[in-house]
Design a protein around this ligand. Structure first.
Ligand SMILES: Cc1ncc(COP(=O)(O)O)c(C=O)c1O
Length: 482
């Protein structure tokens, strides 16, 4: 069995394993499949795999020459790695703790999260318990179990549990708030041009039905300063502004918006704020109540590692009587007086699977124990890793970092050259996103920005990622963008 290796640039264990698997299965290992920097263990590993590579390049000068002439690799050299903390060379936690496909370099935690196997097991046990006696579970046991889960989640995100209810996802949270509020013709709903498409659609829907007007504050990206965000939003406020809707972490551009500043500036103008925190729980240290916003919704199934379908909605007590779930159910005419109507209505929106909600505390505990420094270490490492990955990609793309480091959490976006042609596929994926996945096994989103054919590349950093994976991505970006 022999692999055909023309230029080797490896250090990622995942890349190495992938290469090894490919070589061992008798498939050639083509130039361009490998990325990273070879620090010396390749030969030993290939030998262990009984592979006789044609060429193994080990000296830096040969490596540089090979890199310079390689089709996909441009200016990555060992110096790209030399300043990195050594722990970035491998994941902080074993990727096998997740069910993620080991063949895929997964740089898209932001899209849908990834739930650890242990939490999925925990969820399966909840489901089995439910199905062993559905009536007992759903009628008698669920509410106290949900209360306990809400209590732990509320503690984690900094809110009294009475003011926080479970919803399926941030989209449901945003719908509940915006579709509950009353708007008069001429009222203004203020949003930014970084708003997530689904949330923007809810806003448009509500505006169309009520005669309200959608006002869009434009925020440039690349962005130099945080102040620009606040200034742009406040400049768009008028006496007719009824509510401002902003993302805590913007979806396409990955920017952390200064929501506490915005909440307090808007409060002095008597305007409510709805924060779409789809990405925030787990990525950022949260103190939701202290933000002072009227409404906050956040996902637990992204950066908090809960199973899919776990999210929360926080509503400040003085606004709770106005906010109803998007789905009206038994709670609407409940005679119960032991808890608020807000909690009663959101506590039951019809028969469903509550296991994702009930697994949230387990996800919080599991991840707290994963690294010695708990959640703070996860957040800090992810932030540092995403910056390191972003800087590496900036060098490969020949661009400057598009925003200050402190405006990022664990997502980072980079402008790309415009799309060469309109994509015909029924879904929204960019041809480059397809090429990276189908030709190079890299899952990373390429998103139209600000609109097609403009586009950005967004990377995520999570504890199962490591720096060589971003090098691999940099190496696979096209050398010729025309
Ligand atoms: C800012 C923002 N809001 C809302 C959502 C929707 O999240 P979900 O699909 O979990 O409702 C996302 C998803 O990425 C998002 O980035």
């Amino acid at each position: 069995m022999g692999g055909e290796i023309c230029a080797c640039v490896i250090c990622a264990k995942s890349g190495l394993q992938q290469t090894r698997r490919r070589a061992m299965s008798g498939r050639p290992v083509p130039l361009g499949m490998l990325a990273g920097i070879y620090f010396g263990d390749l030969a030993a590993n290939l030998a262990a795999a009984s592979v006789a590579p044609k060429v193994v390049i080990s000296s830096n000068s040969v490596l540089r020459r090979a890199l310079a002439s390689a089709k996909f690799v441009r200016d990555l050299t060992k110096s790209d790695f030399s300043n990195m903390p050594s722990d970035f060379q491998t994941p902080a936690a074993s990727p096998t703790l997740w069910a993620l496909d080991p063949q895929i370099t997964h740089l898209n935690h932001g899209a849908f999260g990834a739930c650890p196997r242990a939490i999925l097991d925990f969820q399966r046990d909840i489901r089995l318990r439910l199905e062993s006696e559905p009536t007992r579970f759903l009628v008698r046991e669920l509410e106290p179990l949900l209360d306990a889960a809400r209590t732990e989640l509320a503690r984690f995100v900094g809110a009294p549990m009475e003011n926080l209810v479970m919803v399926q996802n941030a989209t449901v949270g945003v719908n509940a708030v915006l579709r509950s509020l009353r708007f008069e013709p001429g009222d203004e709903i203020l949003v930014t041009d970084h708003e997530y498409n689904a949330t923007r659609n809810v806003i448009n829907y509500v505006a169309e039905r009520t005669g309200a007007r959608v006002v869009v504050a434009s925020i440039p990206f690349p962005l130099q300063r945080e102040d620009i965000i606040v200034e742009a939003i406040l400049a768009a406020v008028t006496p007719k502004t009824k509510i401002v809707v902003v993302d805590h972490v913007t979806s396409q551009t990955g920017l952390i918006f200064p929501v506490a500043r915005l909440a307090s500036e808007l409060a002095t103008r008597g305007i409510d704020l709805l924060i779409d925190g789809a990405h925030a729980p787990g990525m950022l240290a949260l103190d939701v109540q202290a933000l002072g916003a009227a409404y906050y919704t956040g996902n637990c199934h992204k950066w908090l590692f809960a199973p899919k379908g776990a999210a929360f909605l926080y509503v400040r007590p003085d606004r709770q009587e106005f906010i109803r779930p998007a789905v009206i159910s038994h709670g609407a005419n409940s005679a119960r007086k032991d808890r608020s109507r807000f909690q009663i209505e959101f506590g039951w929106v019809g028969t469903g699977d509550p296991s994702a909600w009930l697994a949230v505390p387990e996800a919080i505990r599991f991840m707290e124990k994963l690294l010695p420094g708990g959640w703070s270490e996860i957040r800090e490492r992810n932030h540092a890793l995403v910056l390191a990955g972003r800087d590496m990609l900036c060098r490969a793309l020949g661009c400057e970092p598009p925003c200050p480091d402190e405006l990022l959490g664990s997502l980072a976006s980079l402008p790309l050259p415009p799309a060469p042609r309109r994509y015909e596929a029924p879904l929204f994926l960019d041809p480059l996103q397809d090429a990276l996945l189908f030709e190079h096994n890299i899952e990373v989103p390429i998103i139209p920005w600000p609109s097609w054919p403009g586009r950005i590349l967004r990377i995520s950093a999570q504890v199962y990622n490591c720096l060589p994976q971003y090098a691999e991505l940099a190496a696979k970006l096209p050398a010729d963008w025309s």
